[in-house]
Design a protein around this ligand. Structure first.
Ligand SMILES: Cc1cc2nc3c(=O)[nH]c(=O)nc-3n(C[C@H](O)[C@H](O)[C@H](O)COP(=O)(O)O)c2cc1C
Length: 184
């Protein structure tokens, strides 16, 4: 049991982190340190409430979904990874730089490795992985774990299918947001 704090994909915390949308002039805006203050204060508050081993955070320093972008995403991701070490949380979950939006993969040379090296706990990557490249990124020590989104929707027993190397159902975009629990 635990809480994954949503610090990604243009939601409130992400809007504080990103210099293209954070136009505050107080101690929560301007410098990198100031923009990260809100996220880190939330982490600290939740850690104090439920214990560090139950706290996780998801971040997407490289995305610019709904204009929530940053002029130096590498530095932002690095600063957050380093700052989070202080709290000894359960894991840090980061979205791959190639995911320009949550669902659109754009090939890019940037990687999360420097952020992973800076973070001393469990580091999870996500964004456009299949079984093969998910295994590869873990085998090569570029991540501790891989999170899956779309494939999980179409394959609720995805870990078992991966284990058996069984065929997968193809996901259907139209079914992503349906209330029909069988189709969706
Ligand atoms: C239907 C659907 C809804 C999603 N909703 C959210 C969301 O509310 N917040 C978020 O940060 N990411 C959301 N995502 C993104 C996923 O958490 C994940 O980061 C993304 O799908 C990349 O992983 P994948 O390539 O394995 O699908 C959503 C994805 C899908 C398919």
């Amino acid at each position: 049991m635990g809480v994954e704090i949503h610090g990604a994909h243009d939601y409130l915390i992400d809007q504080y982190l990103k210099d293209q949308v954070n136009d505050r002039t107080d101690q929560y805006g301007g410098s990198l340190e100031n923009r990260c203050r809100f996220a880190l204060e939330i982490v600290e508050a939740v850690v104090n409430e439920i214990g560090a081993d139950r706290v996780r955070i998801k971040l997407s320093p490289f995305t610019d979904y709904k204009d929530s972008g940053n002029s130096n995403p590498s530095a932002l991701g690095l600063y957050m990874a380093e700052s989070l070490n202080k709290y000894d949380i359960a894991y840090c979950h980061m979205v791959e730089p190639r995911m320009k939006t949550p669902l659109q993969k754009v090939e890019c040379l940037d990687s999360l490795v420097p952020r992973m090296k800076a973070f001393r706990g469990t580091f999870i990557v996500t964004g456009g992985y299949d079984r093969e490249d998910g295994n590869k990124v873990v085998d090569e020590g570029r991540a501790d774990l891989v999170a899956y989104g779309r494939m999980f929707i179409a394959n609720p027993n995805l870990p078992r299918r991966f284990e058996l190397d069984a065929p997968l159902n193809k996901y259907s975009r139209e079914a992503f947001y349906t209330s029909d629990s069988v189709v969706g």
